[in-house]
Design a protein around this ligand. Structure first.
Ligand code: R5P
Length: 262
């Protein structure tokens, strides 16, 4: 367990830049990930881990890649379905082991009608993962009509940790210290919808200042006008103590290489 956790959260500073490219499991061919491999492979040297589904791993990522994998193992609903994120287990622990993953990720949706199903799913996944020493990243998904505030996110994050998650992925919010301080396991933030690069860097900086262990970020990296520049800038904040201004300079100075699929 500790060995795998150390592959995700780097022991030298207890921080991590996780690259999330699992969106296709409920969003289909998300902008920037139409050809996932083409977008993601140039970003791998700067990612501490890669979060994706088994199908994407199998089809887009060469098996020689040594970036630690955090495997998305929950799903079952889509953005056009009636129950967004009423997820169950979509990949077995046996398959996760076969794919030699560093961790698995499972989403819960606290406050929804079906919260119980997602929580019992998390409990089952933690039980199975513990048996083989595999860390579980619990993702505190948020429904469209829910408040992404410190009250809600600290409730969801703490519950995830109490259920046995080893890392919690949640959203940044005002008073984020409250979310971090009341959660006994490391917290990483998702980036959410694409926002201006400067704002995404500011949000990352604020999250780190509040005590986050890092990011598990997707769209604000791979939908950026310069994904390599953006992941390098995020890295500088997470691992090197860069300010948002210094990080933005890193972003701006990165030569643009077209990596997207047409
Ligand atoms: C959400 O449940 C998935 O893990 C998303 O793919 C993840 O949150 C994406 O990160 P971002 O919001 O930074 O695109």
């Amino acid at each position: 367990m500790k060995n795998r956790l150390s592959r995700i959260i780097k022991p030298k500073d207890n921080r991590t830049v996780m690259l999330a490219v699992d969106h296709g499991y409920f969003m289909g061919p998300t902008t920037g990930l139409e050809n996932l491999g083409k977008t993601v492979i140039p970003l791998l040297p700067y990612a501490d881990s890669l979060m994706l589904t088994r199908g994407a791993l199998r089809r887009y990522i060469p098996p020689e890649t040594d970036t630690p994998i955090v495997l998305r193992i929950s799903g079952g609903t889509s953005i056009v379905g009636k129950e967004l994120l009423h997820e169950g287990i979509i990949t077995s622990m046996k398959e996760a082991i076969r794919l030699n993953v560093a961790g698995v990720a499972f989403s819960i949706l606290i406050g929804a009608d079906f919260e119980r199903d997602t929580l019992l799913g998390l409990a089952k996944v933690v039980d199975e993962a513990e048996e083989y020493g595999i860390p579980v990243v619990a993702v505190t998904a948020v429904g469209r009509d829910m408040n992404k505030d410190a009250k809600y996110l600290s409730l969801a994050s703490r519950m995830a940790a109490e259920f046995g998650a080893h890392i919690v992925k949640t959203y940044y919010c005002e008073n984020f210290e409250r979310v971090v301080d009341t959660c006994p396991v490391p917290i990483v933030i998702a980036g959410g919808k694409k926002i201006d690069e400067k704002d995404a860097l500011e949000m990352t900086y604020n999250a780190i200042q509040a005590g986050a262990a890092g990011v598990d970020m997707g769209r604000n990296i791979f939908q950026s006008s310069n994904p390599v520049g953006m992941i390098k800038a995020i890295r500088a904040i997470v691992h090197e103590g860069a300010t948002p201004k210094e990080a933005y300079e890193i972003f701006k100075e990165e030569p643009l290489v077209e990596v997207r699929s047409e």
